[in-house]
Ligand binder design. Structure first.
Ligand code: ADP
Ligand code: MG
Ligand code: MG
Length: 917
């Protein structure tokens, strides 16, 4: 007979069945508990029930595999042996915790039950054993609270009315007990208070849930195990998975572990810590702890936690004793463990520990969530410490985190003069302004209406995640750096201030009061999440510093790793300069028409209009001649700014009627200048009208019908380059012909280019003039006939905006009418104008590249649509073998990172050699 399947993995007393790399089977928590045991760290013994059991459970009508019971019984016996106690033994009972643990951490999303095994029979034994009745009754009231909520209500599918959940009802009983006893904190309740409270708790449970609280240890254990598996499909967990993109089929593991007690008195404590600072990335041990507390007390914001050490005390925690001062004998080994974990995992760890009567126990380690600032600093510093390679460093910062660093902060000037409403802890980075809302549902609704909001809560809980996601920023009155709000905001890189203790939040009345002021729903506040300050009013925000040295060093590592070149789409010398500071290696798209819009465009636009409304070639040539110096100066400025780097200049692209004057005054001016009547101007303008201008007379089609217009532009480019050469600069223009669909169009324009080239070379007495001629591939036919196009084109630039439009037949400007429904009903997985449609448009690109390179192996290929700045699209471009991507200047760092990350991922497949920008 085959050996029974192993469903249970044991850990304890220096030996574990599992390892850190077994997360799929054991979940993150179980795998890392095993790893800590293997590292000989003090971990209470226990065992992990695998994620396969979860899958089995859901596949078999919520039943466990039959081998499970025996394996669990054997594992409990091993824990009993190590602990020298027996589960359910009235004289010396072992208590257990039952903890969920998915592959990816889902903070607070799933359930944990502590103190399992306390019953009418074992309580007296525990009291006799510890001589601490207060502790035992405290542990029991916690068990009743957690178990009735998790097992008897949630897992049983009971749906209580608003605010009538069993946990809330028990909390109210507890508040009542505190009031009666005149107790401020939970810790002020006496043993007698707690014992009486436990009685009331049990009555309440029976009254509300119609069942007695189970008094059998085994029933408690199996109830809890089942509930953890059930919690995988709980509302909160499902909603969190949807946001984070965690697949439903992963399942959770269950960890059963011997209890250790942080609530045995003042020599006991519990804490949460990070091996490095999760907000700043500083290489300093950072954390929070509470004496005489258990489990979630630190993160739940019930009491303000104490700082872990002297060095990390803040303005608000100055007066509180650190663990370093209060329990140096425990702090020291904890620091040793911190050092070992940090170097063993080679990444910042988020740890949980408990101190039972002066003895340290480790309860969890996992890779910690961090802000973008911290991710960057830790990646660079660990690379410097040679703890990680540059490839690993590059993979450590997500595009979203990098984006955070490139994101807005409150304008420091405005911040100086602003009125501080309250101060709290800097839990999520950057700055944001928004209008106050007090419930998650309002945050969602207001945001949908286009109102930026700050979600203000006493403290957040996992039920608030959708609202937290929607809000521009999150603000809480309670909780520390490890509170739920802080953890979630940090993971998302969202601006967040927690524990602003001066705030009195009244969610019912929708007001928040602080320092004698009362703000209402809809009032503006501004948050500095990097410093933890809340201001009155709406403060302006500004862009951050691209020359931050850590950022420069990190992006330099990305540049070493990536193969794809990164260029920017820029139309002016100013944009070009910005693009260069962000690290662009060239311009992938300069739209010549840009000079006819905005500042300083009056004169060129007037001349362009004159040209457009010309009737005869002679008139048009004259108008072109007048326009020429403007076009040349404009192009020359950008070529000069990009000295030494390639610049792709696209010939005039939009349909001409876009430039026709609408106002009578402008029309009259034009008529005068052309020496014709106003009626004539109108008639000529009408003649340019098209019913479908996006597919009308535009791009290369203009060049074919008005060769003098192309000629003027080509001459402007080549003369600008020649002049720069004479000035000792290196101009590398690439002339790009837009909206082509046949090679003949290219050949037509190339004849012009050849002619102008010869003339310019003669004029400047040059023997050589370097430039490339290529085309934008933005019409499906051009992609399909790429083999022919490459006969004439030296480069392709995929214009994926138009290519998407034409491939789908979706008018870019009209998708608003149907795209939301397409996305909501999952007709399309994503908006193809935001993330490249790899299945369709991507196929055209692949075919285009393949056929183009078959004709011209050295064909240079890039992308210049919006997709050039989208990480997933950049990955596609890398895999499709492009030479570069081009995106907006501010996206260039994201593109450098994304290009590096795909190169790292792709490395085993292909050896990375640098592409041509
Ligand atoms: P989460 O995934 O929400 O962090 P955990 O399973 O880590 O849930 O448990 C919640 C709290 O209970 C944590 O603070 C943890 O340290 C504590 N805890 C869990 N198991 C034990 C145990 N065996 N002894 C003492 N405390 C425990
Ligand atoms: Mg935990
Ligand atoms: Mg186009």
């Amino acid at each position: 007979m085959a050996k029974a399947k192993k469903y249970v993995y044991f850990f304890g007393a220096g030996k574990a069945d599992g390892r850190a790399d077994m997360k799929e089977l054991l979940g993150g928590k179980g795998a890392n508990l095993a790893e800590m045991v293997n590292l000989k760290m003090p971990v209470p013994p226990g065992f992990t029930i695998t994620t396969e059991v979860c899958t089995y459970y859901y596949a078999h009508g919520r039943k466990f595999p039959k081998e499970l019971e025996g394996q669990v019984r054997a594992a409990v016996a091993r824990v009993e042996k190590i602990m020298g106690k027996k589960f359910g033994d009235p004289a010396d009972p072992l208590l257990l915790s039952c903890r969920s643990g998915a592959r990816a951490s889902m903070p607070g999303m799933m359930e944990t039950v502590l103190n399992i095994g306390l019953t009418g029979a074992t309580i007296p034994g525990m009291i006799a054993l510890t001589g601490n009745p207060r502790f035992v009754w405290d542990a029991y009231r916690r068990l009743i609270m957690m178990y009735s909520d998790v097992v008897m209500e949630k897992a049983a599918g009971v749906e209580p009315a608003e605010d009538m959940g069993i946990r809330r009802q028990l909390e109210r009983l507890m508040d009542q007990a505190k009031r009666q006893a005149g107790a401020k904190a939970d810790t002020d309740l006496s043993a007698e208070d707690l014992q009486a409270l436990c009685g009331r708790f049990r009555d309440k449970v029976r009254e509300v849930l119609g069942k007695p609280f189970p008094d059998d240890p085994r029933e408690q254990l199996w109830g809890a195990v089942g509930a953890v598996f059930q919690s995988w499909n709980g509302k909160r967990a499902v909603s969190y998975r949807r946001i984070e993109g965690i697949p439903d089929w992963w399942g959770t593991a269950v960890n059963v572990q011997a209890m250790v007690f942080g609530n045995m008195g003042d020599d006991s404590a519990t804490g949460v810590a990070f091996t490095r600072n999760p907000a700043t990335g500083e290489n300093a041990f950072f954390g929070e702890w509470l004496t005489n507390a258990q489990g979630e007390d630190v993160v739940a914001g019930i009491r303000t936690p104490n700082p872990l050490n002297v060095a990390t005390k803040s303005e608000h925690t100055q007066h509180l004793a650190s663990l370093e001062e209060a329990m140096p004998a425990v702090y020291k080994p904890l620091v040793a463990i911190r050092n070992k974990l940090d170097s063993h995992y080679r990444d910042m760890q988020d740890i949980e520990f408990t101190i039972e009567r002066g003895v340290l126990w480790m309860l969890q380690t996992r890779t910690g969530k961090r802000t973008g600032t911290a991710a960057l600093r830790m990646a660079v510093e660990m690379m410097r410490e040679r703890l990680i390679s540059k490839e690993t460093a590059v993979a450590r910062v997500t595009p979203a985190q990098l984006d955070e660093l490139l994101h807005r902060i409150l304008d420091p000037k405005a911040e100086k003069g602003a009125t501080v409403l309250a101060k709290g802890l800097p839990a999520g980075p950057g700055g944001a302004a928004g209008r106050l809302v007090f419930t998650a549902a309002d945050a969602v609704a207001w945001t949908e209406r286009g109102e930026p909001v700050v979600l203000c809560r006493e403290e957040t809980n996992p039920e608030d995640v959708e609202g937290m996601r929607a809000a521009a920023a999150i603000l809480t009155a309670r909780g520390g750096m490890t509170s739920h709000a802080a953890l979630v905001a940090r993971g998302w890189g969202k601006c967040c201030v927690v524990g602003a203790g001066a705030l009195h939040v009244d969610a019912q009345a929708r007001t928040v009061a602080a320092g004698g002021r009362t703000l209402r729903e809809g009032d503006w506040v501004s948050l500095n999440g990097s410093r933890g300050v809340v201001y009155l009013d709406r403060l302006p925000t500004v862009d951050p510093d691209p020359e931050n040295p850590l950022l420069v060093e990190f992006l330099a590592a990305c540049d070493k790793v990536r193969r794809l070149g990164v260029r920017a789409n820029a139309d002016s010398p100013k944009d070009a300069a910005v693009a260069r500071t962000f690290g662009a290696e060239g311009i992938g798209l300069l739209r010549t028409e840009h000079m006819f819009y905005g500042e300083g465009s009056d004169q060129p636009l007037f001349l362009l209009r004159k040209m457009i409304l010309s009737k005869t070639p002679a008139e048009r040539r004259a108008a072109c001649a007048e326009l020429f110096p403007h076009v040349k100066a404009d192009i020359k400025g950008t070529l000069a700014a990009m000295d030494g780097l390639p610049v792709t200049i696209r010939l005039l692209d939009p349909p001409l009627h876009e430039f026709v004057p609408q106002s009578e005054e402008k029309q009259r001016e034009l008529a005068q200048s052309l020496g014709i009547g106003l009626g004539d101007v109108r008639k000529r303008a009408e003649a340019l009208h098209e019913s479908n201008p996006m597919m009308g007379h535009r791009g290369v089609r203009l060049g074919v019908t008005y060769p003098e217009v192309s000629e003027m532009q080509i001459r402007a480019v080549l003369e600008a380059a020649a002049e720069l050469r004479a000035e000792g600069k290196k101009a590398l223009p690439e002339i790009m012909i837009p909206v082509t669909c046949t090679v003949e169009e290219l050949k037509d324009q190339q004849a012009l280019i050849g002619k102008v080239k010869a003339e310019v070379m003669q004029k400047f007495n040059l023997r050589k003039l370097d430039f490339l001629v290529g085309t934008m591939i933005e019409i499906p036919r051009a992609a399909l006939t790429a083999g022919r196009m490459a006969e004439a084109a030296e480069f392709f630039s995929f214009g994926t905006n138009d290519l998407t439009q034409m491939c789908f037949g979706f008018s870019r400007d009209d998708i608003g009418a149907f795209m939301p429904d397409y996305l909501a009903r999952k007709v399309l997985p994503a908006d193809p104008f935001q993330s490249l449609d790899q299945e369709g448009v991507g196929e055209l690109i692949k075919v285009g590249i393949e056929r183009g390179r078959a004709t011209r192996p050295k064909l240079k290929v890039g992308i210049c649509g919006e997709h050039g700045g989208d990480p997933a699209s950049i990955h596609f471009c890398h895999l499709a073998g492009m030479d570069y991507v081009s995106c907006s200047p501010f996206r260039v760092p994201i593109a450098r990172l994304s290009a590096a990350q795909i190169a790292v991922k792709d490395a085993p497949r292909k050896k990375a050699g640098k592409g041509r920008a």
